[in-house]
Design a binder for this molecule. Structure first.
Ligand SMILES: [Zn+2]
Length: 282
């Protein structure tokens, strides 16, 4: 993996003394150009776009972008990724970027990456296999993204409700406050009193039961569609893989196409709405 400093970082390095006071601003023309290519971001209210721009500026000041396989990460690419990565943080106040404080690096490859994997089965046999990845979020480590998929705005060819960036950063939300031996489980760290629950255990139980029930229904729908030609669910079939992937896929859908998500996932909507927009009426 070849790491290249981006033009963005080079341009800002000279301003480093100013970063502590306030991150540099994204030029308005660049911001408008990024929004113009992502209608689902451009549809956000002016207040949300302003908040998103500020978050993206903070994100860009804190993170380092590198290109793999000879890719040079342009300012436009970095801002595109930053805007999508920060969207889920929009309503979480001035310390929202702390959710991403466990890592610095964002690695962007031109296309999918083939990764060597090792797995041990129940009998103790070690299996080695190759996996093609469009993106990956590593616990305590960088986020990897394939630019071809970010630019396409979809993992499977431009369907609504997809954002590879939000998918990978949703994994980061899931990993927050989890130790190395505590795998992500689709249940992010929830605030005290979440949805009127009096205890931390109650909030976690509510989230888990609701998400896992919806995941089981999704699994069944995907299986019916694949085996018997039933109607495929609106939510990406990839979510059937595990509760962890279901959470990431649902986060993509919630942010990329909120009204379709509300219709397709009525049990998840109140949960996600309470989590991502605390204090706002459903
Ligand atoms: Zn995933």
């Amino acid at each position: 993996m070849k790491a290249l400093a981006t033009a963005w970082r080079r341009a800002w390095r000279g301003w480093q003394g100013l970063w502590r006071a306030a991150p540099p601003t994204i030029p308005p023309t660049l911001w408008q150009s990024v929004l113009g290519q992502q209608p689902w971001l451009a549809r956000r209210t002016a207040w949300e776009q302003d908040g998103l721009k500020q978050l993206a500026e903070g994100f860009l000041a804190q993170k380092t972008f590198s290109g793999g396989h000879g890719l040079v990460v342009t300012d436009h690419m970095a801002v595109t990724i930053a805007a999508q990565a920060c969207l889920p943080l929009l309503h979480w106040g001035p310390h929202a970027l702390d959710w991403y404080s466990d890592f610095v690096g964002v690695v962007v490859h031109p296309d999918e990456v083939v990764s060597q994997r090792t797995a041990v089965d129940g009998a103790g046999v070690v299996h080695r296999y190759r996996e093609t990845l469009a993106g990956e979020a590593m616990q305590g480590g960088p986020v990897m993204l394939a630019w071809s998929h970010v630019r396409g705005g979809a993992r499977h060819g431009g369907q609504a409700g997809h954002s590879l960036v939000i998918h990978e950063f949703a994994h980061k939300l899931d990993m927050r406050h989890k130790t190395a031996d505590q795998a992500p489980d689709g249940c992010p760290d929830l605030p005290q009193g979440f949805m009127g629950q009096p205890s931390h255990m109650g909030t976690q139980r509510l989230w888990r039961q609701t998400l896992y029930n919806a995941w089981e229904v999704h699994q069944q729908q995907v299986a019916m569609a694949e085996r018997f030609g039933g109607e495929a669910p609106w939510l990406d079939a990839y979510g059937a893989t595990s509760p962890v992937e279901f959470f990431a896929v649902a986060c993509e859908a919630y942010w990329a196409d909120p009204s379709a998500f509300e219709q397709a996932c009525p049990t998840l909507w109140p949960l996600f709405h309470a989590f991502f927009t605390p204090g706002q009426p459903a």
